[in-house]
Write a protein that binds this ligand. Sequence first.
Ligand code: GLA
Length: 396
Amino acid sequence: MLAKLPPLGWNSWNTFGEKISDSLIREMADIIVEHGYRDAGYEYLVIDDCWSLRDRDENGLLVPDPEKFPYGMKALADYVHAKGLKFGMYSCAGVMTCAGYPSSYDHEFTDAQTFASWGVDFLKYDFCNFPETGDCRTRYQTMSMALKSTGRDILFSACNWGQKEPWKWMRSVGAHMYRSTGDIMDNYRSFTDIFRSQLDNLCMSAAGSFNDMDMLTVGMGGKGNVGVGKTCTYEEYRMQFALWCLCSVPLMLGADLRSVAPEYEALMKHPGLLRIDQDAECRSPYVIRKGSVFTSNPDAKEGEMPWRQIPDSSYTIFRHLSDGEFALAFINLSEAESTIHCELVDLGLPVSSGFALDVRDAFTGESLGAKRDYFNQHVPGHDMRLYLCRLVRSHA
Ligand code: GLA
């Protein structure tokens, strides 16, 4: 079965855009293995847009750009496979890709055959230049059938940016993951907006077909193709990675793994966080509490309250994991520090239950002991706390 768990990998777009080549992909394959990303679970190495010539050949086939990929795609796929990785490529459901290269509208079966003949294991399928008269669902279904017709296991990564509410139908057309938002940018606002927008849709994301909240920007530091606005701090990148894991969504890394700082490399391979992302039950998060952060407002005019309300910025989120574990997150999306509350009765643990939660910090592994009745956390602005918990008898 493909996509039994959220797929993990690396994609060229966020850092490299059109600046892709055979040597870059080979180098990235080497790094993924040598730096232990493969052993941490990252298996798909995906080339995004801009890999082909601007025109099909005389037989109507897609042609890799010989300057960027002088040995062709089959040779590159062989290299990637020899490293124990899987090889991903990109096309689009419209008449041209987003960057203006030939696309698969009305070429679905031919192109699927081409990808299969090259040894492709993953197809990201975009949505630019889609005909006004076209039916989105039918065209994704068509590519899904085309991929199936090849007889090769090709993971179908459908990317329609959340248009036409894909969480309602992408599973039924055979997509293994479906992009549910517009493009991520390498800044705080972008990834927190994506997170907020998908919380209610994640109940449809599970084994076989996952909501895709887009490729990560963790560790990019403003370098590359999606660096718009102020880049993120360590705590903000840690939040991005932890939120994606909490949501049990695909983790497609986007940074230049050849030069990423060691703290981000450690974050992207963090066993506690990956354990949450890759939990066998793939359950969606349970929002216990969502609210405002209140902060003092020294600029308040006479007669105004001396505080300011920042709505939709404080979350307490719980998630059932397998093997008797749970994840519990306190998320502060505002810029002001705040105390975020959790009454254990809201997790289904009233005082009368006689049970408490044994709590371990998912970032540091540190044990916080058993918590009963309530568990409040003081969280700095733009930061979160994430815990792995187990039920224990309460001794009070
Ligand atoms: C769209 C997609 C991006 C990327 C680019 C390539 O914007 O959403 O993820 O694939 O196209 O042109």
